[in-house]
Design a protein around this ligand. Structure first.
Ligand code: C5P
Length: 294
């Protein structure tokens, strides 16, 4: 067994990847943020946060994408720690370890998931609570996706992402795929042909979720494909490997494919990795309502 860098931590908090199964951009606010209508779920695959009481604050990293993040200096984990401590009027020092398994700047909410897991984990470690409104405001201040990542369960996100309605969605067998080319979220939003698009047609959604998802769209996919032509290529590969539905998540470049079973997803990911050894693939399952962190 390889050594688990988190084994000596008091508390391990999962930071599931966020997947926009569908995303409509329905308007733009005066401050430049866009209004969304998005069907969102989370996956068993994700980053992990380890927490340990310490003499002074420490932040350490491991995992396949630790290198990219270390180079960035500032990060959402330490920002979440500092803002929570501030909101609480002080809290003890802590060693936070981030195991970075998710590609960075890839449309599956990595940084937001890490920030949300830090908030959830520190509230448990410090045995404190914050009123829901205060916690949600703190989360939103860290990023538009952080409130939904706090919930980490199937949901519909509206507003700029903070207006959340929980949703019953079954676990789905999925392959996440990324060409390991970072895509700038603000640039993709700016390149939209129009910020005013119709909301998702979810009213008639059937119990057949893959069919429903196949009938929906991600408005950010056309502009993201112009920045990152590999999105078309990777989507084609997922479909060729047997995915029933293929879409892009968030502002890209991560795409997902839905498969009929976990076995099929795992076989597809293994075959895809063999064919494209420089790309990222992960077979996973989406979380059900009861797996939620809230
Ligand atoms: O809130 P966050 O820092 O994650 O957003 C990154 C950028 O993505 C914003 O600065 C904005 O340009 C764009 N964005 C947007 N509308 C949203 C969410 C993000 O325009 N609802």
């Amino acid at each position: 067994m390889p050594h688990d860098p988190l084994s000596r931590f008091t508390l391990i908090e999962p930071a599931p990847a966020k997947v926009n199964l569908a995303l409509a951009v329905t308007g733009r606010r005066a401050d430049g943020y866009h209004l969304l209508d998005s069907l969102v779920t989370f996956t068993a695959f994700g980053d992990r946060i380890g927490l340990l009481p310490a003499e002074e604050d420490r932040f350490t990293l491991s995992g396949p994408f630790a290198g990219t993040l270390a180079a960035e200096g500032d990060n959402l984990v330490t920002r979440a720690r500092d803002r929570l401590r501030n909101a609480l009027g002080g809290a003890p020092a802590v060693h936070i370890h981030l195991e970075k398994n998710l590609p960075v700047a890839s449309g599956i909410g990595g940084g937001s998931a890490d920030a949300a897991a830090t908030l959830r984990g520190l509230l448990k470690l410090w045995k404190v609570g914050l009123p829901h409104d205060a916690l949600d405001a703190l989360a939103l201040g860290l990023g538009a996706d952080v409130p939904m990542c706090l919930a980490s369960r199937p949901l519909i996100a509206r507003g700029i992402g903070e207006a959340i309605t929980p949703l019953a969605l079954p676990p789905l067998a999925m392959v996440l795929a990324n060409p390991l080319v970072g895509v700038s979220t603000p640039a993709v939003f700016k390149a939209l042909a129009s910020p005013d698009n119709p909301p998702l047609a979810l009213e008639g959604a059937s119990a057949d979720w893959p069919a429903t998802i196949a009938s929906l769209r991600n408005d950010l996919e056309p502009p993201a494909r112009r920045f990152c032509p590999q999105i078309a290529e990777i989507s084609g590969s997922l479909a060729a490997a047997g995915a029933g539905v293929v879409r892009m998540s968030g502002s890209g470049a991560t795409c997902f494919g839905l498969y009929p079973s976990q076995e099929a997803a795992e076989a597809a990911a293994a075959a895809l990795l063999q064919r494209h050894p420089r790309w990222f693939f992960a077979a996973t399952t989406t979380l059900g309502a009861s797996d939620g962190a809230h």
